[in-house]
Design a protein around this ligand. Structure first.
Ligand SMILES: C[S@@+](CC[C@H](N)C(=O)[O-])C[C@H]1O[C@@H](n2cnc3c(N)ncnc32)[C@H](O)[C@@H]1O
Ligand code: SF4
Length: 398
């Protein structure tokens, strides 16, 4: 395991041994403005859909506040940042780049998720030069027809491909392997047959990691795009082919290996993820593992022990999903919020007593598959027999 990942696991296990630890990762939403109209997006659920960019302006915190947050987090012991949220980070490049620079000045690991359509040569050059670590490009089809339909703005595919190709060129020019280029794909009825084509696209454009997420339903468009039973019956043949190709090209991904995010249950139950989480806990409880390892294995979610999300208005939560709750960084320090706030303390207490909050229904399937991997990685080093037993539960059945 790489030392960065190891540190995350170490901190979570320390908490379960009774030693509180600082947050490992913070997700930030610098603003909520966007240039695209993606059919699957949670923005589509808003009754104010056409005014979201305008509304964002009245919620956003100033750049100085974000820079202060990064500074405080670095002192607290945060190691990793993810810039995303409910908008397109590069809609406001001056704010986003300033925060990215600050994160790198403190030597923390930086990730950004973007639709890739607003990156100019100047932005790309700056990001390569600052040593930014990783970019997740959201690409939902291997061609213009599918991607531009899903993103609802013509020319989007061409623009993201241009960004990727320019990044690869500039990485070569500056002789650096950073940033790592990842691809995020939302699995839907428009692209499930194209997964093998997506692997070929990844190979052609220098993508090192493919992350595929089953679509979560937020609106009537999401309902239409979610895979139905008939699609699920056909899907394994395309998945199998994609796994073979990814192996052949050496492209790492989250649909093979320990994560297996495209398991049929995860696809079918996206938007009912609380049921999957509950079943996972019940299966693990049956193993009757004792001590801190037992309590670690049977907690429904680990986010409040390593992760914090900060929305554009300063509200904090443990992950992206809850729309309410959480205290505000405008009123309290990160340290107070993390260790002392009612929100985090109550959530940890509820999860320790196996209560699954209602909002978990809308949780990302990948959070479940990442949690499964986390448990497996810990067991692999602590209990080989249990590791093998649990691993077989998550194998694909082709
Ligand atoms: C909301 S976007 C924000 C960042 C940026 N605007 C982008 O599109 O990458 C964050 C991620 O959520 C993904 N996403 C959009 N709709 C989704 C859905 N219904 N289910 C799961 N993920 C979704 C996007 O493709 C993107 O990778
Ligand atoms: S680009 Fe991102 S934030 Fe904008 S509509 Fe698409 S998924 Fe949503």
């Amino acid at each position: 395991m790489d030392p960065h990942e190891f540190e995350k696991y170490r901190r979570i296990l320390e908490w379960f041994k009774g030693n509180p630890q600082p947050p490992f990762k913070i997700d930030i939403e610098l603003h909520r403005r966007c240039n695209l109209r993606c059919l699957s997006c949670s923005r589509r659920a808003s009754p104010d859909y056409e005014r979201l960019n305008e509304i964002s302006k009245s919620l956003e915190m100033p750049l100085e506040k974000w820079l202060e947050i990064v500074e405080e987090a670095a002192e607290l012991g945060v190691k990793e940042w993810h810039i995303a949220g409910g908008g397109e980070p590069m809609f406001l490049p001056s704010i986003t780049l300033a925060v990215m620079k600050k994160i790198k000045e403190y030597g923390m690991l930086g990730i950004i998720t973007t639709n890739g359509s607003l990156w100019t040569r100047k932005i790309i050059e700056e990001v390569v030069k600052m040593g930014w670590d990783r970019i997740h490009f959201s690409i939902d089809g291997p061609n213009e027809k599918v991607h531009d339909y899903l993103r609802q703005v013509p020319g989007t595919f061409k623009r993201v491909v241009r960004t990727l190709d320019l990044l690869n060129k500039l990485k070569k020019k500056y002789k650096t392997d950073k940033p790592m280029l990842n691809m995020n794909t939302v699995l839907s009825i428009k692209n499930y047959k194209l997964l093998p084509e997506m692997v070929k696209f990844a190979k052609k454009h220098g993508i090192e990691f493919m992350f595929v997420e089953p679509l979560i339903v937020y609106s009537k468009y999401g309902e239409m795009l979610k895979l139905k039973k008939r699609h699920l019956r056909e899907f394994p043949q395309y998945l199998k082919k994609a796994i073979e190709l990814a192996k052949k090209f050496g492209i790492n991904n989250n649909f093979d290996g320990l994560e297996k995010n495209l398991d049929l249950e995860l696809i079918e139950k996206s938007s009912k993820m609380n049921e999957v989480v509950k079943r996972d806990v019940e299966r693990l409880e049956k193993l009757k593992v004792k001590g801190f390892l037992g309590s670690f294995l049977t907690v429904p979610c680990y986010k409040p022990w390593f992760h914090m999300t900060i929305k554009c208005n300063g509200r904090t939560t443990s992950c992206d999903v809850p729309v309410t709750g959480g205290e505000n960084v405008k009123d309290k320090t990160l340290k107070k919020i993390w260790y002392k706030s009612e929100y985090f303390r109550n959530l940890r207490k509820a999860l320790r007593s196996k209560k699954i909050p209602e909002f978990c229904a809308q949780c990302n399937p990948s959070h479940t598959s990442q949690r499964r991997r986390m448990r497996l990685e810990v067991l692999r080093s602590l209990d080989g027999r249990l590791y093998r037993k649990i691993k077989t539960l998550y194998e694909y059945k082709f």
